[in-house]
Design a protein around this ligand. Structure first.
Ligand SMILES: Cc1cc2nc3c(=O)[nH]c(=O)nc-3n(C[C@H](O)[C@H](O)[C@H](O)COP(=O)(O)OP(=O)(O)OC[C@H]3O[C@@H](n4cnc5c(N)ncnc54)[C@H](O)[C@@H]3O)c2cc1C
Length: 491
């Protein structure tokens, strides 16, 4: 049964005229079709596509505005991407970084959630079509659907490397690490090990490498005495000569030293030419052995964005004006990672959060007939963590920071940015036990459901190998995600 205001192909009811009063400033918005579509309440309907940073910020900022909101997301949860690498490295449970989108209703009754994937936009009719064929009409549409991994056409990358953009991808990395370690431990020749290559030396690559190095140094070396220490290798490959390019040189140098101190092999200044089954080939011809390749380089818009009929920029981002409206469309906004304006804002949480709040304000102003100033981004700074009490932070108004102070600041900011009290408490507890003590601790990793040995026959054929990742796009991730997440336990 479709929600109120939703239309199936069989039931194309014309929405009744609502009570939006056109004002002088709204005239350009309203002249093409003086009927405002409205929900059952008679209020204008705002459809928000994407329940990430930008989408949630927009929804929450519309709480006191007299509108009905429909939040559409392909997942039933919001995911806190900045801590995803902690899930991939067995430090956090997947549920710690996800928030049930319908729980937004506990505090806001003008929002309804609909699971779906935006497939088509008919801007003339003001109707969107979801992948399952259902249609939703809108008075305002906010596109906040983020981006996905960009393999940049590197041969073998899509088929063999593992991306880290969704929860299921993070769980697959985690489970693959432990599956391969068990195989290496069972190898009677003791010649097997685990070579992990991380492609990309930006914040995600550095954080991933640092967390894996901590896990290896504090935990895996002790838990797997069968595997020689130098058989577990972590390598970062970065095209440019420096890590963490957006950070100040002093912070970049600190990050480099910190990773090297933790035994991470850095291959800087040479990009990846091809990903092979057992190695990564660099542009200079070097072959770096690789059992597991993690792709942390580059993003692009989701494929379906090309179906929507909007002007797109490099990486498929939707072009918006200074007020975040999609070029040529008064009633459609794009915000967060998927949008690109003249300012070319970084694809980070803060621009998405601030942009989400801004478009909510712009809609409220439209409805009241007031103008809205162009969007102005306030750069509050940026941070990245490397490991136990090692992080870099450049915060607006403060001197550049490294070490424990930066680490504690990073931890506080990330824990408080999470949605949901339970997530904050659980994340705080898990991070504190992993990194918080001043003495050395073994990390007690959070492990998943590695294929068990069966009574009749050997282990089940494994579906988590690299071959599986060829098809592992966001589109197919959901079912695996549920199975894997449920199987997670804190060891
Ligand atoms: C591993 C990782 C670590 C990161 N670390 C940091 C960090 O430390 N600091 C920082 O500032 N930024 C970080 N980022 C970047 C930051 O997470 C993004 O900039 C931010 O999430 C963008 O917010 P958004 O709302 O635009 O998109 P997202 O948060 O990605 O949300 C998009 C939502 O849209 C949904 N969706 C996608 N397509 C469709 C569709 N067609 N129909 C319906 N729903 C759809 C998705 O399910 C998702 O819920 C990190 C990103 C990653 C991947």
């Amino acid at each position: 049964m479709p929600m109120k205001g939703h239309r199936t192909k069989q039931d194309k009811t014309i929405c009744r005229v609502g009570d939006v009063r056109p004002s002088t400033d709204m005239r350009d918005v309203m002249t093409s079709d003086a009927t405002a579509r409205s929900g059952a309440s008679g209020r204008p309907r705002v459809v928000v596509v994407g329940g990430g940073f930008a989408g949630i910020a927009a929804v929450r900022s519309l709480k006191r505005v007299d509108v009905d909101i429909v939040l559409v997301d392909r997942h039933i949860y919001n995911m806190f991407q900045p801590l995803l690498y902690q899930v991939a490295t067995a430090g956090l449970n997947p549920g710690d970084v996800t928030y049930f989108l319908r729980a937004l209703r506990y505090r806001q009754n003008n929002v309804n959630y609909r699971q779906g994937l935006l497939w088509k936009v008919d801007a003339d009719q003001r109707v969107i079509t979801l992948k399952d064929g259902e249609e939703l009409d809108y008075d305002y549409l906010i596109l906040a659907n983020g981006v996905t991994t960009n393999y940049m056409g590197t041969p073998g990358a899509k088929e063999r490397a593992k991306a880290i953009y969704t929860r299921s991808q993070a769980l697959k990395i985690r489970d693959e690490v432990f599956r391969r370690l068990e195989a290496a431990a069972a190898d009677p020749s003791h010649s097997q090990g685990l070579n992990i290559v991380i492609v990309g030396g930006g914040a995600t690559g550095v954080e991933m490498a640092g967390a894996l190095a901590e896990l290896r140094n504090q935990g895996l070396y002790f838990a797997y005495p069968e595997i020689a220490q130098d058989h577990i290798q972590i390598t970062v490959v970065q095209r440019s000569a420096e890590l963490l390019k957006p950070f100040k040189p002093r912070l970049r140098a600190y990050a480099r030293r910190s990773l090297e101190k933790r035994g991470v092999d850095l291959r800087l200044g040479s990009g990846v030419k091809e990903v092979h089954a057992d190695c990564v080939e660099l542009a200079d011809g070097t072959q770096v052995p690789a059992d597991l390749v993690i792709w942390a380089a580059g993003v692009r818009a989701h494929d379906e964005v090309a179906e929507w009929g909007f002007e797109q920029e490099w990486g498929g981002r939707v072009k918006v004006g200074p007020d975040m409206r999609v070029l040529g469309h008064q009633r459609i906004f794009a915000v967060g990672d998927v949008a690109i304006s003249g300012d070319d804002l970084p694809q980070l949480a803060q621009p998405a959060l601030q942009g989400g709040k801004y478009v909510a304000r712009a809609i409220a102003n439209d409805l009241r007939g007031r103008p809205t100033e162009p969007f102005k981004y306030t750069d509050k700074g940026t941070m990245a963590t490397i490991g136990r009490r090692a992080a870099v932070a450049q915060i607006r108004g403060l001197p550049a920071m490294t070490g424990p102070i930066a680490w504690y600041m990073w931890a506080v900011v990330h824990v408080f940015q999470l949605l949901g009290g339970r997530n904050r408490v659980a994340t705080f507890a898990n991070l504190a036990t992993r990194y918080g003590q001043f003495w050395r601790v073994h990390p007690n990793p959070i492990i998943g459901e590695i294929r068990p040995v069966r009574l009749h026959g050997d282990r089940e054929p494994d579906g988590t190998g690299n071959a599986a990742s060829a098809a592992e796009t966001d589109d197919v991730a959901q079912t695996d995600d549920i199975a894997s997440a449920d199987g997670s336990t804190s060891a």
